[in-house]
Design a protein around this ligand. Structure first.
Ligand code: FAD
Length: 158
């Protein structure tokens, strides 16, 4: 939006400026000024974003994939401290895998906790169970049977 190039080709300050500009454009839609430069007190770029020189920025963040049966160990958005709410992909949600959808759902759950804790009368954010497309069911059943038999994924078996 500002520099006309992908994030991996930007410097850290350029990434900050791109993200901030996008946030302002989305949040200030319809003529309202919800966010302006006085709101930016500081910023932080994950140190896993590395800047080889020369070359483009690389993301060294390892990809977390939840393991089967681990949902029970994930915390709720509402924890035991009355003024602390969690909004992150590791929160227990309908979306049983760490991904953008889970992070989004966790954020909606945290917003609802804030609304409840502050006595707000605003409508709560919607929550809905994850729906998996029905056409994937037969393929999942094949996976389940092969896994139970100790066989590799069918694309790896040849
Ligand atoms: C390599 C990789 C590939 C992925 N591919 C996909 C995909 O294809 N589809 C998908 O849906 N999901 C994918 N994911 C998962 C998805 O990116 C995450 O689930 C999602 O971004 C988590 O959102 P979040 O808000 O919980 O956390 P994050 O996006 O990690 O946000 C946390 C933020 O907090 C900042 N932060 C940390 N400490 C501090 C501090 N002390 N002060 C200030 N800020 C701090 C971090 O810099 C970060 O910006 C992938 C993840 C990785 C790592």
């Amino acid at each position: 939006m500002v520099y006309g190039k992908p994030a991996r080709e930007c410097t850290a300050p350029q990434i900050q400026e791109e993200v901030w500009t996008q946030l302002k454009q989305h949040l200030n839609a319809g003529g309202a000024t919800t966010l302006d430069d006085t709101n930016l007190l500081s910023w932080f770029l994950d140190p896993d974003i590395e800047f080889p020189n020369p070359g483009t920025a690389a993301n060294a963040e390892p990809l977390l994939i939840n393991t089967a049966g681990s949902l029970q160990y994930r915390p709720e958005a509402q924890v035991e401290l009355e003024n602390l709410f969690l909004a992150s992909d590791y929160v227990r949600t309908y979306t049983d895998i760490a991904c953008m959808e889970a992070a989004n759902e966790a954020a909606r759950r945290a917003v609802n906790c804030v609304l409840a804790a502050s006595g707000s009368t605003a409508s709560p954010a919607q929550l809905w169970p994850l729906e998996e497309p029905a056409f994937l069911k037969p393929l999942q059943e094949v996976d389940r049977i092969r896994f139970g038999l100790g066989l590799p994924h069918h694309l790896e078996s040849t």
